[in-house]
Design a protein around this ligand. Structure first.
Ligand code: ARG
Length: 644
């Protein structure tokens, strides 16, 4: 980052004695902090109000014509004053400043506009010094003792041998984003994939593999192959169950009619003792008892699937620290959980099963089963044990669960039960990050089942779109790879564009378009900035060595330049705000707005004029914009392309 010394020099040049800095602000990292602190100081002088009260009330404005920052006079909590008149008075008394213009009053609001000259000299050097880390600030993740806060985030978490559905897709994208967000704030993040990998269905799968499995297919395409097997074998399982049921009905009827039922009864017994369901039950029992053979096969399925998942996640720039899963939760942890529930009278017996009646606390929460009659635990019980283990292993400051809103009830029950158990250290740091559904997600070959298929399909569509512009297409070095990256951006941006809780339509045509607020549009904006740089270097190779931080920015007086600089200045604040909203759309909305400001500048701020000084300053502006766009895109999990 820029040093305090350099910053002091810049501000002296503007006519300020020192760097304005209120407590817990970072003038070297965030230009808005400088302005906010400065305005706070001046307002405190003229109003006599405590700076601690003023600072947090200086907020962004909804409309640019109201200023860059705005003070809501009522928030100053002054008694017995005519607030409108007082707003007027504050504005009149507000002294001449090198950083902000004369304030503008609207009703009880006082608006402040940053002076262009100050923006020009403060913002760009700050961006160049911070580079890749501009916008991010590690200080926010530090505890008082200087150690990092830690978050454990459970996201994606698909189920082995089942489709990777839209809920998993969204969890993956949003979870990846949140992980980067917290890391950008200086937190230590443990990315955890809690696989659905345990239960009788994995016995069914193992039996199915005996019937239909192929070693070769398994190694080649574990996820698809296991899924196919699972579908086949569960169909048989279902047929058998249907048949047994029908036979039983017939037997009852035959008995009434006095017919001989021994053949049918033998058939029923055969299904019940040799059918898939019973075999799977026995197999799963072997897994539970830790029989090496049973465990071995299941483990292999699991490991091969994980290997495959890893490759796909890597395409989305996601890497996990832990592949955990339902299978990994220890019996002791669940037993402990149930023991505490009994002790704290959280649970009760219900015809042999153990349940928690949460309706006492809230009707919506209903009753939850903790243990079935036969003693087996459930998804919920496992999550109680898993949360306990996460605490023991990582000592986190935050536990996040990125799961579709279909599981709102499940997680609300989990957190409430933990609270009732007296495990407030867990429930108080737990958060469910939920999100709406994706409607109509299908590949062109049918309904989408696996992440790879979706990404491949969108990549192909993107390739078609690119071919639409033959001249450009021919210049792309590796169209396969580029279309793949663009396709992934298309999917991710479409997913993060709206508020998390909203449903959206999986619209292949729209998301792959270069027009509108799409992934390809952002990629295009980035590639164009890269191309401007390349062209400028071609025209004047000396620019390649240029130290942009020390460029004379006084050349950038045009309204378009100032507007763009103002946008670039607000990225650190946008990032801070994102930490509050926890919504990727906060970042995306900013990136689109900023990209629009960039593209509006091109005609007005060309880099190939005759004046070298002007060229250099403008190029610096574009390089800074590229840096900000690049930082924002990477934080969302996108891979910015340099050419397309
Ligand atoms: N495997 C689950 C599913 O596909 C999601 C798991 C979410 N995480 C959790 N701790 N419950 O529905």
């Amino acid at each position: 980052a820029i040093s305090m010394e350099e910053l002091t020099k810049t501000l002296k040049g503007l006519g300020l004695e020192s760097v304005p800095q209120e407590p817990n602000t970072y003038p070297e990292l965030n230009p808005f902090d400088i302005y906010r602190s400065h305005i706070t100081e001046l307002l405190a002088e003229v109003s006599g109000v405590d700076k601690k009260i003023i600072y947090p009330t200086l907020a962004w404005t909804a409309k640019p014509e109201n200023g860059d920052l705005q003070l809501a006079v009522p928030a100053l909590r002054l008694k017995g004053k005519d607030l409108k008149a007082y707003a007027q008075e504050l504005a009149e008394k507000f002294p001449e400043s090198p950083l902000v213009k004369k304030p503008v009053v609207t009703g009880t609001f006082v608006g402040f506009f940053f002076k262009p000259e100050s923006l020009i000299s403060i913002v760009l050097p700050l961006i160049f010094k911070a580079g890749k880390s501009y916008g991010f600030n590690n200080s926010f993740g530090l505890k008082e003792d200087g150690s990092k806060k830690k978050m454990v985030i459970d996201f994606s978490s698909p189920n082995i041998a089942k489709p990777f559905h839209a809920g998993h897709l969204r969890s993956t994208i949003i979870g990846g984003f949140l992980s980067n967000l917290y890391e950008g704030m200086g937190w230590e993040v443990v990315r955890l994939n809690y696989l659905g990998d345990w239960g009788k269905q994995y016995g069914v799968l193992a039996i199915g593999f005996d019937y239909f499995g192929s070693e070769e297919e398994l190694v080649k395409n574990p996820i698809g192959h296991l899924y196919d097997i699972y579908v086949k074998v569960s169909n048989i399982q279902k047929d058998e169950a249907d048949k047994a049921k029908a036979l039983k009905a017939e037997v009852t009827k035959d008995k009434e009619e006095g017919k001989d039922t021994s053949a049918k009864e033998a058939e029923i017994t055969k299904i019940e003792t040799e059918g898939i369901d019973e075999k799977a039950r026995q197999y799963f029992k072997g897994m539970v008892d830790g029989e090496p053979k049973a465990i071995g096969i299941w483990k292999r399925f699991r490991e091969l699937s994980i290997e495959k998942y890893k490759q796909t996640y890597a395409r989305l720039n996601i890497h996990y620290d832990v592949y955990s899963g339902e299978s990994q939760v220890k019996d002791e942890s669940m037993d402990l959980g149930v023991k505490v529930m009994w002790e704290k009278k959280v649970c009760e017996d219900s015809e042999g099963a153990v349940i928690v009646d949460l309706t006492k606390h809230s009707k919506k929460l209903g009753k939850a089963v903790i243990q079935k009659k036969d003693g087996t635990s459930l998804y919920l019980t496992r999550d109680v044990g898993a949360a306990y283990e996460r605490m023991q292993t990582y000592h986190p400051d935050k536990l996040m669960y990125v799961v579709a809103s279909q599981q709102d009830l499940h997680l609300a029950q989990l957190f409430k039960i933990e609270e009732l158990m007296g495990w407030k250290d867990i429930s108080s740091i737990s958060q469910h990050i939920n999100f709406g559904m994706v409607l109509g997600m299908s590949t062109r070959k049918g309904t989408a089942k696996f992440l790879d298929d979706i990404l491949r399909d969108v990549g192909e569509k993107m390739h078609e779109v690119m071919r639409g512009n033959q001249a450009k297409y021919e210049q792309v070095e590796d169209p396969e790879k580029t279309s793949d990256t663009l396709g992934i951006s298309a999917v991710m941006v479409q997913d993060m564009k709206g508020k998390r809780i909203n449903n959206y339509n999986f619209d292949m045509d729209r998301m792959t378009s270069f027009e509108g607020d799409t992934g390809p549009y952002l990629q295009y904006a980035h590639a164009r900035l890269c191309s401007i740089y390349r062209k400028a270097i071609d025209a004047d190779p000396s620019l390649e060595q240029a130290d942009f931080a020390t460029v004379d920015f006084s050349e950038l007086q045009e309204p378009h330049a100032v507007d763009l600089i103002r946008q670039l200045a607000s990225w650190p604040d946008t990032f801070l705000n994102t930490f509050k909203t926890q919504e990727p759309t906060t970042v995306l909305t900013y990136l689109f707005k900023m990209s629009h400001a960039v593209s509006a500048s091109y005609d007005h701020l060309q880099v190939v004029s005759s004046d070298k000084k002007v060229n250099k300053a403008r190029l610096a502006l574009y390089v800074a914009a590229r840096q900000v766009l690049n930082n924002g895109m990477r934080m969302l999990g996108l891979s910015p392309v340099e050419r397309m």
